[in-house]
Design a protein around this ligand. Sequence first.
Ligand code: GH3
Ligand code: MG
Ligand code: MG
Ligand code: MG
Length: 315
Amino acid sequence: MQQILVVDDELEHLNALCELLQGGGYQVLRTSRPERALAIAESQRPDLVITDWDMPGLSGIELIRQLKAHPATRDIPVIMCTGSMTTAAHLETALQAGAVDYVRKPVEPIELRARTRSMLQLAASYRQILAKEQELARQNELLNQQKQELHQAAITDRLTGLHNRAYLVDQLSREFSNSRRYGRPLSCLLLDIDHFKSVNDRHGHLVGDAVLRHTAQLLSRGLRRGDVLARYGGEEFVLLLPGTPAASAQALAESLRASVAQAVWVQGELSLPLTISIGVADNLAGQAEDETALLRHADAALYAAKRQGRNRVVV
Ligand code: GH3
Ligand code: MG
Ligand code: MG
Ligand code: MG
C-alpha cells in the first residue's frame, strides 16, 4: 500500500487530512511537529509528503528544502497544503522550493485525492525510469568489461600470457610506419628455442609447455616501455624494440641468450639445460623496405644462428 506522510501543526487539520487520505486507501503517517518529519521521511521513505506551510519551529518551505537537500529523501514528492499562504506568489515560492504541487485549504476532498493519485503515479513512473536507467548503466558497464576482456583475450597468447602473433603483426606495422615517419630505428629480434622438438619427444608435451612458459618469463624480464614481446609461433618469439638500432639490440639479445642458457629449467627430478638462438635485424640503411622484409631479415639471421651451431645471436 502506498504511504503518505502528512505534516500539520494544527491537529484538527492534520486529522481531517489523514482521514481523507485513509478513505482514499492510502496508509498514512502523521506528525504535528515538522522537525520530526525529516526523521520519519528518512526512516519510512513515504511515497509522498503533504505538508502545511505555516508551522512553528520549521516552516513547510524549510521542510521541503531540507528534504530536497538529503539524498535519501530528495526524490519523495511533496505537496504543499496551506490555508494562510494562498497568493500566486506563495504558490510560486512553494514550487520553487521543490514542492511538486500546491493545494489551498480548506481542501476539496476530491481535488486532494485526485492530485495525490496523479503525483503518486508520476513518482512511480519516475522511479521506473530511474531503475531502467540504472539497469542500462549497469549493463553498459558489464558490456564494456566484456569487450575489454574479449580484446585482451584476442591479443594474448593463452599458454604463455605474452602477446600473440596477431597483436605482434599489428604492432609491427604500426612501429614500422612510426619509425619511418620519425626517422627512428626499429629493431626486431626473432628468438627460437633450440632443439625444442626433442624436449617434447623425450619428456612429453606438458613439459614442453612448461618450458615455453619458463622461457617466456625469462624473456619478459627487463622489457622497457614500448618494447613488444610476443609468442610468434610454436617455440618462436618476437621482440620489437622501437627506438633501438641493431647494435644495441644485439647486446640485449646476447644478454637474453645468456640468461636462458644460465637458467636451467628444473621440475622435480627433471632438469633441462635450455638454449635459444636469436636473429636480429633493424630497419636502418634502407635494408627493410617494409615490415615483412624486417621480419624476413630477422628470420634469415636466426637461420644463420642455427646453422652456426645454435645458442647464439646473429645480426
Ligand atoms: P631448432 O633448434 O632447429 O629450432 O629445432 P626445434 O626442435 O626447436 O624446432 P622444430 O621446428 O623442429 O620443432 C618445434 C617443435 O615445437 C615442434 C612442435 O611440436 C613444438 N611445439 C609447437 N608448439 C608447441 C606448444 O604449444 N607446446 C608444445 N609442447 N610444443 C609445441
Ligand atoms: Mg499551520
Ligand atoms: Mg626451435
Ligand atoms: Mg622454430
